[in-house]
Design a protein around this ligand. Structure first.
Ligand SMILES: CC(C)(COP(=O)(O)OP(=O)(O)OC[C@H]1O[C@@H](n2cnc3c(N)ncnc32)[C@H](O)[C@@H]1OP(=O)(O)O)[C@@H](O)C(=O)NCCC(=O)NCCS
Length: 161
């Protein structure tokens, strides 16, 4: 059940350490991906503002428990990408991921977004993640074989907003 105090708000620099830590603690991401996430946040909060990138943090009981990061795809007509969605491992299956995804979709719609794409891995330990996207109304649109690494395909999900 979603707690009454659940809040999704813009990510602040103070959230970053906790967000990177909870992302690492899921055990789902490679060191290179975690380094990239650090760099993304460094750019996001850097001196030169990243244009039209959006990060939102989920907080409950005063603790940072997840985040979602999304942006429009350059050189497209109102196509958006969801780059990251992560919920703390000990809070999976409570509806927080769905709340984050809905929040992102609503905000993208508000900004005129037409279609949202999400990329994920085809590895077996991402099966629950893929099921999560299907449950939220995403269709599997494409498979890019060996994209991330040999034997690690990219699965592209799509939803019309
Ligand atoms: C994918 C993720 C964001 C979903 O958030 P969540 O809060 O666990 O999901 P919800 O509670 O809103 O929805 C539950 C559904 O998510 C799916 N799910 C995915 N991973 C799950 C997990 N570890 N535990 C429970 N459900 C999970 C299931 O399909 C579940 O439905 P079910 O209860 O009928 O089996 C979250 O599990 C997560 O952070 N996973 C690791 C990181 C990741 O894979 N991120 C996406 C990278 S592309």
């Amino acid at each position: 059940m979603i707690p009454d105090d659940l809040c999704i708000r813009p990510t602040t620099p103070d959230d970053v350490e906790a967000l990177v830590q909870l992302t690492a603690a899921t055990g789902m991401f490679k060191p290179l991906e975690l380094d990239t996430l650090q760099e993304i946040f460094a750019d996001y909060f850097g001196d030169i503002p990243t244009s039209d990138q959006h990060s939102r943090t989920l907080v409950t009981e005063g603790s940072v428990r997840g985040f979602v990061y999304f942006a429009p795809a350059p050189m497209t007509d109102r196509t958006w990408y969801l780059y990251w969605i992560v919920v703390a491992a000990d809070a999976h299956g409570r509806g927080y991921g769905r709340a984050l995804l809905r929040h992102a979709e609503d905000e993208i719609r508000r900004r005129g977004g037409r279609v949202l794409f999400i990329e994920t891995s085809g590895l077996p330990h991402y099966e629950r993640t893929r099921r999560f996207y299907r449950q939220q109304g995403y269709d599997q649109e494409a498979i890019l074989r060996d994209f991330y690494a040999s034997g690690d395909d990219m699965i592209v999900f799509r939803k019309v907003l």
